[in-house]
Structure formats: C-alpha cells, structure tokens
Ligand binder design. Structure first.
Ligand code: UT7
Length: 332
C-alpha cells in the first residue's frame, strides 16, 4: 500500500447521554447541598446518569452512529476507532466492543486514557495516523460514566460529574483543517485528581506476594484543579493558536472542557474571547470528562450555530494532570 501524507478534516459529530437525569434539587436529597450553591459555584443544574443495565460501549456506539451518519461514512469504511475514556466497561479496553457494536469490521480499535483531556489527545493521535497516510477514516469517541467512580457522599466532588458520550469522524482531506495543537502533562500534580488503585497483599507462595484490590472513588482537590485550569488553559490555547499562526480574534468558537462555568468564564476573560463565542452546555450535563468537548460540539453544530469553515479552539484539561488545545476548522 502506498502511503501519501495528507491533511484531515472533522466531517461529522454525534453525541448521546443516558435518559435518566438528576437535577440539583434531587442531588440535595443525597448530600448536604443546594441548587443555589451548585448553580452559583459551577453553573451546573442537572446531569445525566447511567443505570446498572447501561454500558459505556452502548452509549459510545450511539454517539458514534450519529457521527458516522452526519459524515455519511459507512462503519465498514472506518480504519481506526479511538475511544477516549477513563471509565471503560472492561479494564482491557472497550473500543473493541464498540467496533463490534457498529460492525466496523475493518477498523482497528483501542482505548486512550487521558481523563478530561482524552478527546483532545485523541484528536491529535488520530491526526498522526491520517497525516502520515496510514489511515483515511478515523472515528474518535469521548465517553465516560464517572457516576461509577464518584464518591456519592462527597458533596465537594459528586455535584460536578455526569455521564455522556460524543464522537467525531476525522477524514483524510486535501486541505488540512487541523491548524495547530499543543499538549502537556505534569505528573507531579497527580494527587490533585485521581481514581487510584488500592490493593491488599495477597500471598501466592512463601516468597511471592501480589496485590489485589480495586479503584478508589474520585479524589479531588477542587481549589488546586481550579487554579491549574485558569492558569494553564489560556497558555495552551495561545500556544496552539500561535502554531496555527492565528490569534484569539480569528476564532469563531472557544470550546473548553465543561468543568465549571466559572472556569469557562475566567479562561475566556484571560483570552479576551467574548461570551457569545464561548460554547457552554454544562448546565444540562455537568462534567462528563472525555465526552464534554464532542458533546458540546455536536449540540452546537446541530443547533445550526457552528457553520462549515468556522474556526474552533478547543481545550481539554484534567487528571494526570494533563491539558491540551487544538485549533481546527469545522468540515470543508
Ligand atoms: O475535569 C476537572 C474536574 N475538576 C474540576 O473542574 C474542579 C475545579 N474546581 C472547582 O470547580 C471548584 O473548586 C469547586 C466547585 C469544586 C468548589 O468551589 P469553591 O468555590 O472552590 O468552593 P470551596 O471548596 O472553597 O468550598 C466553599 C464552601 C466550603 O464551606 P466552608 O468551609 O467555607 O464553610 C465547602 O464546605 O462551600 C462548601 N461546599 C459546599 N456547600 C454546598 C463545598 N461543596 C459544597 C456543595 N454544597 N456541593
């Protein structure tokens, strides 16, 4: 097979959320909180939650089907499926289950874990395969069911999270619509936000002991994560824009990971991006981790606001800690 370097375009989007939702008043029946506190500190009013019979793979597959349909691409034409998630149904990965669910029999499929930065990291990973001419059609899904790992007795964190999925189709394109990106990690700040494995010693023989256990619920230092986001996200967006030879004046949309409305507002203010260019759907979904960016993108596209050719600066940030930004043009 001759491999020819090429550009790429984002040609379709899709999203999905569990039917069941829990508003702030409902949440205040579970922990000592209120709609007033949650809405004023975070902008969140409600979140969708998966039930015991729902799977991440099924949710991801619905979002994926919607994206394929918008891009008018058959599942059998997909070369690669990337699933950005921190909450797979199977620790060995859930991307292959989605591949089977879609009947994408020619696609190779694997998971990518970078928490709330997962979608942006996934987009750049997908771009490498397309730009080198290895693959032409990539399906990128960001999906998380954090309700499985949230500590539902911890009012400082449980009010933030929800479940959801979003997907995009990335295709080889004569003109490269991915204009710039920047990715960063700082493992020294890992303690600020994690879902840590904790095991107990399990002796196997007289001199061999292994560890067996499970993951602990989400542990978060909210103030540190807030500070990190407000400082690092504007920087990384500026870097990606610089690489694209653009400034914030050139973008049509600022699409940030939906973590907290106050973070969105503070980042936009630092970047001097007016509120009408800042995409936000956090009120209805909360923080759905790797799903927030494609979910918000898809909603805004389907509402008719994002038009072909619009320039979008997107940024994901979260556990790792990790953060990144990508500048791209929608479709074309
Ligand atoms: O993908 C990244 C995921 N993580 C994040 O995005 C987290 C970023 N951080 C944040 O969004 C904010 O730090 C939070 C929303 C988590 C917290 O907001 P804050 O303004 O930093 O509140 P705080 O932690 O300083 O708490 C202020 C007060 C405290 O009471 P006292 O000590 O002042 O009496 C808390 O105990 O609010 C109390 N509090 C609550 N009260 C009602 C904390 N959580 C709640 C709650 N309901 N849910």
């Amino acid at each position: 097979m001759q491999q020819v370097a090429t550009g790429l375009a984002v040609t379709g989007s899709g999203s999905a959320a569990p039917e069941t939702s829990l508003d702030n008043d409902g949440l205040s029946q579970i922990v000592d909180t209120s709609d007033e506190w949650i809405a004023s500190r975070t902008g969140i009013r409600s979140r969708h939650l998966s039930g015991p019979d729902e799977s991440l793979a099924k949710l991801g597959a619905i979002a994926a089907r919607n994206a394929l349909s918008m891009a008018q691409v058959e599942a059998t034409d997909i070369d690669l499926i990337l699933l950005a998630t921190s909450t797979p149904d199977d620790l060995f990965g859930s991307a292959c289950q989605i591949q089977a669910e879609l009947g994408a029999k020619h696609a190779v499929a694997f998971d990518l874990t970078a928490a709330c930065s997962g979608f942006v990291f996934g987009m750049i990973t997908a771009a490498q395969f397309i730009r080198t001419g290895v693959y032409r059609n990539v399906l990128l899904i960001g999906a998380d069911v954090l309700s499985r790992w949230v500590d539902w007795t911890d009012r400082r964190s449980c009010v933030l999270f929800g479940d959801g999925a979003g997907a995009v189709v990335l295709q080889a394109n004569e003109n490269d619509r991915l204009l710039g990106f920047a990715l960063q990690s700082d493992g020294c700040l890992h303690d600020c936000l994690n879902v840590q494995y904790q095991g107990k010693p399990r002796p196997l023989t007289d001199n061999i002991t292994v560890s067996q256990g499970t993951y602990q619920p989400v542990s978060m230092n909210g103030k540190e994560v807030y500070r990190f986001a407000v400082n690092r996200v504007p920087e990384v967006v500026e870097k990606a824009l610089f690489q694209a030879d653009l400034t914030t004046n050139d973008i049509d949309w600022l699409l940030l990971h939906q973590a907290n409305q106050r973070i969105l507002d503070a980042v936009a203010k630092r970047l001097k991006v007016p509120a009408e260019k800042v995409i936000s759907n956090i009120a209805n979904y909360g923080n759905t981790s790797a799903a927030t960016i494609p979910l918000a993108l898809d909603e805004t596209v389907r509402q008719g606001h994002i038009k072909p050719g619009d320039t979008i600066a997107a940024s994901g940030f979260g556990a790792g800690l990790s953060w990144g930004a990508v500048v791209f043009q929608w479709q074309r």
